[in-house]
Write a protein of this length. Structure first.
Length: 278
């Protein structure tokens, strides 16, 4: 498990960020390996797998407060906090049903500022699929020359790191990231979780990084959240002319969910296995 932190907006990954050279997404999912010996299937092992799946399914728990499924719309499937699309946001085959296709500059989804305010434990989770990178989910009042207040940049880097930069009411700034390689064109589940005084980044059901957290997650500026871009991206809504190297997201997003509780490890693993379609 990684335990990481960094100075504000100074990212130190093993390889440098590359310039975007192709804004056209490649919608390619890795081909599954073909079965080579069906006759050798272990019936006992299959039964065990069924038992495990049944156990995992019971761990799905209570659903989210707010949920954006991308089923041909930006409506909140769990409540009335409906989002809006700007630009050429489209809908493609998602992890479950349809999902959002957000491909580059000036294309994004705006989530109301009433969403994502937490004074205690929370979970923000989503599915993503891309061969590129960019800010998957961003919320902050400003970039560099103004206070960011509370929120996060939920980012995917050119190297495929899932990276989260977190701001709380304070003292509270830190960043954590996963191992690389998650921009492989396959669906992945990512969640940021606060459980007491610990923040955790969980990717595909496995904890990849933790960090101490203090303060609350309530934004006094009432800034909206964005799917597909962050405040520090050039040309982003609300950008004040400064930036930190992040770019517009190119790829698919699905099942963007906000919970006012910390999902358990069992719940997160069940979600990552596709057993908990919202």
């Amino acid at each position: 498990m990684l335990v990481l932190g960094c100075v504000r907006d100074e990212w130190n990954f093993p390889t440098p960020r590359d310039a975007v050279t192709d804004a056209t997404p490649t919608d390619a999912t890795p081909t599954e390996n073909d079965a080579t010996d069906n006759d050798a299937t272990d019936v006992g092992a299959a039964d065990d797998a069924t038992d495990i799946a049944a156990t995992d399914a019971t761990a799905c728990g209570e659903g989210p407060l707010t949920l954006y499924r991308g089923e041909g719309t930006t409506l909140d499937s769990a409540g009335d906090q409906h989002a809006t699309a700007t630009g050429e946001v489209a809908y493609v085959e998602g992890r479950f049903g349809q999902g959002f296709s957000i491909n580059g500059p000036r294309n994004f989804v705006t989530i109301p500022p009433t969403v994502g305010n937490f004074d205690g434990d929370f979970t923000i989770a989503l599915w993503f699929k891309t061969r590129y990178w960019g800010v998957m989910l961003g919320r902050r009042a400003g970039c560099w020359s103004v206070p960011p207040f509370t929120g996060q940049d939920f980012d995917l880097t050119p190297e495929g790191y899932v990276a989260v930069e977190v701001f709380t009411s304070g003292p509270g700034y830190f960043s954590v990231h996963s191992p690389p390689g998650f921009n492989d064109g396959a669906w992945h589940h990512a969640a940021m979780v606060r459980r007491g005084d610990v923040f955790e980044l969980v990717v595909d059901g496995s904890s990849t990084a933790t960090h101490a957290i203090s303060g609350d997650f309530v934004d006094p500026t009432q800034s909206p959240s964005y799917l597909g871009v962050g405040r520090c991206t050039p040309g982003a809504p609300g950008n004040n002319g400064t930036h930190d190297g992040r770019t517009w997201y190119t790829g698919a997003l699905d099942e963007v969910a906000y919970y006012n509780r910390a999902l358990s490890p069992d719940e997160l693993m069940a979600q990552a296995r596709g057993l908990c379609a919202p």
